[in-house]
Design a binder for this molecule. Sequence first.
Ligand SMILES: [Zn+2]
Ligand SMILES: [Zn+2]
Length: 244
Amino acid sequence: MSDIYKNAVDSLRFAIEHFLKEPTYSSRKHAILTLFHAVELFLKEQLFRTNRLLIYRNIDSPVTEDSQTVGIKEALSRLENLGLGLPKQQRGVIENIQKRRNRIEHHRYDQKEEDEVVIAESLQFILFFVDSVLRGKLEEDIPAETLREIQRIVYERDQLYWIAMHRLERWMHEEWPDWNDQVADTPDEFAGTNDCPICRDSFLVSGYHPKPFCFRCNTTVDAEDCNYCGRTYIAGNPCHTQEE
Ligand SMILES: [Zn+2]
Ligand SMILES: [Zn+2]
C-alpha cells in the first residue's frame, strides 16, 4: 500500500471514531475535517496508481518530494480527463462536504443537523470508492466490528443487500472466470453461501478465504458450523453444546 493510501485510511479511521460519538460541536467538526482529508487522499491515490507524477501540481519542472500536490478540484478534473471521472451524484456529495470543511477551515463551525447527512453520504462514498475502485480491504486497518457498525448506520437495509449481492457476484466472477451468469445462477463448483451469524443474511462464504467472509458485513467473520443443528455461530459462542 502506498503512503497516500495509508494516510487516507488513518484519517478515515479517525473520522469514523468521531462520527460514532455523540453529535457534539467537536465530534462533528473533526469528523468533517478528517473525512474531507480522507476523500482528497483517496482520490489522489487513484491518480498515483495511474501515474505517480499525476499527484503533482506542476510536472513541467523537476519534481521533488516537497513539490506541491494537487487539491481536490484538480484531482477530480484529472480523473475526468483520464476517463476515470466520478458520477454526478458522487461529485455532489464531495462538493457538500467540501463546503462544510471550507467554512470550518477559513471561518467557523456552525454545527447543523444536516451535517449528519453530509457525513453519512461522504462515508458511503468512501466505503464504495475504496471497495470498488481502489479494491482496498479496510478491515486490515479498521476493526471489523467498527466497519460493520458504520455500514449499518450509513446504508439502508436494502442498499446493503444489493451491495452485498454485487460484491458476491464480483468475487464469483474472479474466482471462476468461466462462469456464465446467463446460464447458471452460481458457478457449478461453488458450494454456496451460509447464513452469517452477525447480520443473519445468507452472504457468508466459507473455505475460500483464510477465514469465513461475509459479503454483506464485508468483513471476515469468526463463524463456525454447529455440529448439532447445522447453523453457524460466532466462534466461542455455540448455539448447542450437545444434541438435544
Ligand atoms: Zn454478515
Ligand atoms: Zn446448533
